[in-house]
Design a protein around this ligand. Structure first.
Ligand SMILES: *[C@@H]1O[C@H](CO)[C@@H](O)[C@H](O)[C@H]1NC(C)=O
Length: 292
């Protein structure tokens, strides 16, 4: 399901990023490009799970990567680049930075100062999401980021590390798998209470990142996940599963309110929230507007 979802996400939201990118072709000097640190699930994973021998959720085999340079299956849950890549390209990078587990294997080095991708397919805001799938939870991703911060401070000193973090983009794309989990487990928790529990988790993740020195957040909300093929099979007409789309919309509104609150509380915090529900539902409902 994870795989199907990410292909869907890439095809639709990816198209929008590509279009944006064409109109943003200006080149920036390398050192002027802000570093990017990426967190979340398969929508932003650029190979993390391929480094986990026991992970059940992986994409390091064809036809993943069929449209990637050299048709290379890189572990991305995608036919080609994914949202982590498109976002990085928009900022002037060649593509997403390498996964943290890649650096861990090949040696932590100065390249980390340009960014690291911690995202892991099947993870969610809640530690329980993906727990049995041997993936890297959001809490664990933030711990890994903490070690990167310490190493940067060790290599270049506290002040340099602090300044690097201050100008860095912290990109987060997560939440879908928590909502899938709610429905898969046939949870009886009240929907509003459930969405609130996701916001409590999001708040503690952002606080943890802020306390490590992160200041600029680029956050992507949950797409219309009820329209994934894996969910549509539960609708007799083949239409989208409306209840899951309602959750995705509630997730966006709650996150919007949470980020407004946090940016008042946390001095120097800046953020942008991408409404991936609106972006994607428009493509689903008006495909002809987006065909080339
Ligand atoms: C199934 O899809 C149709 C649109 O084709 C929609 O009107 C209906 O609400 C959906 N049913 C469920 C259970 O989501």
């Amino acid at each position: 399901m994870e795989k199907i979802y990410s292909v869907f996400f890439i095809l639709l939201v990816g198209t929008l990023f590509v279009n944006l990118q064409i109109s943003n072709a200006k080149k920036t000097h390398r050192s002027a490009i802000p570093p990017i640190f990426i967190f979340g699930d398969s929508t932003a994973d650029v190979g993390t799970n391929s480094f986990l021998p026991t992970s059940k959720i992986r994409a390091d085999f064809p036809h993943n990567g069929i449209d990637f340079p050299n048709a290379n299956p890189t572990g991305r849950f995608s036919n080609g680049y994914n949202s982590a890549d498109f976002l990085s390209k928009l900022m002037g990078h060649r593509r997403s930075p390498q996964p943290y587990l890649y650096f861990l294997k090949t040696g932590l080095n100065n390249k980390m100062f340009r960014g690291v991708d911690f995202a892991s397919g099947a993870s969610g805001l809640l530690d329980v999401t993906g727990k049995d799938l041997n993936i890297v939870s959001m809490s664990e991703q933030i711990k890994q980021f903490g070690s990167v911060c310490s190493i940067m401070a060790y290599l270049k000193g506290q002040d340099v590390a602090k300044n690097v973090l201050k100008k860095s983009m912290i990109a987060i794309s997560v939440g879908s798998n928590d909502i899938f989990g709610y429905f898969e487990s046939r949870s009886t928790v009240n929907p509003a209470v459930f969405i609130n529990s996701l916001m409590t988790a999001y708040e503690s993740h952002i606080n943890a990142l802020y306390n490590l020195g992160a200041r600029k957040f680029g956050i992507i909300s949950v797409a219309p996940i009820g329209c994934c093929p894996s969910q549509r099979i539960h609708n007799a007409t083949g239409g989208c599963l409306e209840i899951e789309n309602t959750f995705a919309q509630a997730f966006y509104s709650s996150l919007d309110a949470l980020l407004k609150k946090l940016s008042c509380e946390l001095s120097g915090m800046k953020y942008a929230l991408g409404n991936s529900y609106e972006m994607t539902i428009n493509v689903i409902n008006n495909p002809q507007l987006f065909s080339k």
